[in-house]
Design a protein around this ligand. Structure first.
Ligand code: ADP
Ligand code: MG
Length: 324
């Protein structure tokens, strides 16, 4: 593996981080978790801003656990825009480059980086004249100017508004694909993590809850925490559907078939919830999200049309059920 965090431990007062994470070369890995779960601490340990109490950080076969920040060849972009206000865009970007590089080469590199982030021609612009999204892209260009082996992004988009966030997350993925650089991206926005990552590390309370591809994590969550954290869905006691079974079924809204007629389904393939009462149906622009009551359990289902009846039958394929 290109980057390995081996048995990393770090404690603050009442917070204990304990992680093992491996990242492949060229991978786009997102770390997703609630606020306070330890995401930034992991990045700080990789970057060298914090040192772990124990464990090792291996980058490209080299133990960098005790190495100085400057020697690590790691780039870091934060949520806060961190440009030098008294320098123009060009100076901000060349600042990160090796002093020995001749000026002409530097200028060419700046032009290349500005093209990469979609801001060609911005060289002479004053940093204070930039919008939030532009400033963040210049910060990205500046970080890339030092040619890091790994790019660490700590919620770089969270200060921006939603449409810009969507645009820039796609841009970041494009840059990743063009450069083939390894990226570790921290976010608390699951849609963002789903949209752009090769794999996702789910963190909770200082621990890695799970590592996997978005689809696997979403469709086959391995714990009730993951099921709820990664999207909407319904927990239903198995005892309501089958005699003598303990535990819960969990399913996503889009796994539910909604029928206004009497539903006839093969019970070996489906579970059937007869006479669920529709409590609300919200139009989401495209689909409707229905909230229903089935024997006192709140069920959510996604449909393409709004049912006319108050009571409907529901069926879920057993393949789509998670059993807890
Ligand atoms: P996240 O980025 O997931 O929101 P952090 O890694 O920033 O979480 O923080 C995890 C926990 O560690 C929090 O409870 C935070 O208060 C604590 N923490 C982080 N850095 C420090 C520090 N330098 N000193 C003391 N406590 C810290
Ligand atoms: Mg953080």
């Amino acid at each position: 593996m290109y980057l390995e965090l081996n048995d990393i431990k770090k404690s603050y007062k009442d917070f204990n981080l304990e992680v093992n994470i491996s990242v492949e070369k060229g991978e786009f890995l997102s770390i997703l978790g609630p606020s306070g779960s330890g995401k930034s601490t992991v990045l700080s340990i990789i970057a060298g801003l914090e040192s772990p109490d124990s464990g090792s950080v291996i980058l490209d076969g080299r133990d960098i656990t005790g190495e100085e920040i400057q020697k690590r060849e790691i780039g870091l972009v934060f949520q806060e825009f961190s440009l030098f206000e008294n320098m123009n865009v060009q100076k901000n970007i060349t600042y990160a480059m090796d002093r020995k590089i001749p000026k002409k080469k530097k200028n060419e590199a700046v032009a290349g980086l500005l093209k990469l982030v979609g801001l060609s021609g911005y060289e002479k612009r004053n940093v204070s004249s930039l919008s939030g999204g532009e400033a963040q892209r210049i910060a990205l260009a500046r970080t890339l100017a030092s040619e890091p082996k790994i790019l660490l992004l700590d919620e770089p988009l969270s200060a921006l508004d939603a449409p810009l966030r969507k645009y820039l997350r796609t841009k970041i993925r494009e840059i990743h694909d063009q450069l083939g650089i390894t990226i570790i991206h921290v976010t608390h926005d699951r849609e963002e993590a789903f949209a752009i990552s090769d794999r996702i590390v789910i963190m909770s309370e200082g621990k890695v809850e799970k590592i996997g591809k978005a689809e696997e994590l979403y469709r086959k969550p391995s714990s009730p925490f993951l099921a709820t954290f990664l999207g909407d869905g319904t927990f239903i006691p198995r005892s309501l559907l089958e005699d003598g079974n303990d535990g819960f079924y969990f399913f996503r809204p889009e796994s539910v078939l909604v029928s206004e007629g009497d539903i006839e389904r093969e019970l070996s393939t489906y579970i059937v919830l007869k006479n669920a009462k529709i409590l609300s149906s919200e139009f989401q622009g495209g689909n409707y999200i229905l909230t229903l009551d089935y024997k006192g359990i709140k069920v959510t289902a996604l449909t393409s049309t709004r049912p006319k009846k108050e009571y409907v039958d529901l069926a879920v394929m057993r393949n789509y059920l998670n059993v807890f």
